[in-house]
Ligand binder design. Structure first.
Ligand SMILES: [Zn+2]
Ligand SMILES: [Zn+2]
Ligand SMILES: [Zn+2]
Ligand SMILES: [Zn+2]
Length: 215
């Protein structure tokens, strides 16, 4: 295999590498929006590990899946009007403000070069399958709380607390208080907690808590 010294992608043939290196901007991140980019460039052992990073950083608050296959994933801004978004939920929800937003994350599983100091276009002596996350996290609009989604990490935490027998009031006030200083944080609402109760089938279990809470 032939490696690219800049982006560490590997190619089966020298012709493949030449095509890559001759193409303008093929190594750099594909964000052509006129703003201060917030590039992300991370490497993981597996798709699972990259997904864990995505979820633990609560990137799912503002990104949705656009395309997904076993070795590639594309996440785009949840509020973008770019492309013809097939997700009807996003398209038809009139209350949701939409923007021409370029923010996106691209996950790619491939054999990447691990040579210590690769020389451009030479035979790659050390490469391993791994997953790269690349993209630009910079939105073209402010992240407004009302448009953010509740992340999977927070949802799972709320369900855990509910299962431990805590009441929605305690969960919201003590464990997930609204951080007023950070407008990009997504506060957990009573409605969120109850929809999680319903979804996690905790209805019977939390009946007592529901009465004590007096909503
Ligand atoms: Zn390259
Ligand atoms: Zn950008
Ligand atoms: Zn290499
Ligand atoms: Zn955006």
């Amino acid at each position: 295999m032939i490696h690219c010294s800049k982006c560490r992608k590997t190619f089966l043939t020298l012709a493949g590498y030449r095509y890559h290196s001759n193409k303008t901007n093929s190594c750099v991140d594909p964000c052509d929006f006129d703003h201060t980019h917030d590039y992300i460039n991370l490497s993981f052992e597996s798709m699972e590990a990259s997904q864990v990073c995505f979820e633990s950083n609560e990137m799912d608050r503002s990104f949705v899946t656009r395309r997904s296959s076993s070795n590639q994933r594309l996440f785009i801004c949840a509020q973008t009007t770019k492309d013809n978004i097939k997700d009807k939920r996003l398209k038809t929800n009139a209350s949701r403000k939409t923007h021409d937003c370029p923010a996106k994350l691209f996950f790619k599983e491939a054999s990447f070069c691990r040579c210590v100091s690769p020389v451009a276009g030479e035979k790659c002596e050390l490469n391993r399958p791994s997953v790269q996350i690349r993209g630009c996290l910079q939105h073209s609009h402010p992240l407004e709380r009302r448009n953010l989604r509740l992340s999977k990490a927070v949802k799972e935490d709320v369900v855990k607390l509910l299962e431990a027998g805590l009441t929605p009031n305690v969960i919201i006030n003590k464990y997930h208080p609204a951080e007023k200083e950070d407008p990009a944080s997504k506060p957990v609402t009573t409605g969120d907690v109850y929809s999680l109760v319903r979804r996690a089938n905790l209805q019977g279990k939390n009946e007592g808590a529901r009465k004590r809470d007096k909503f």
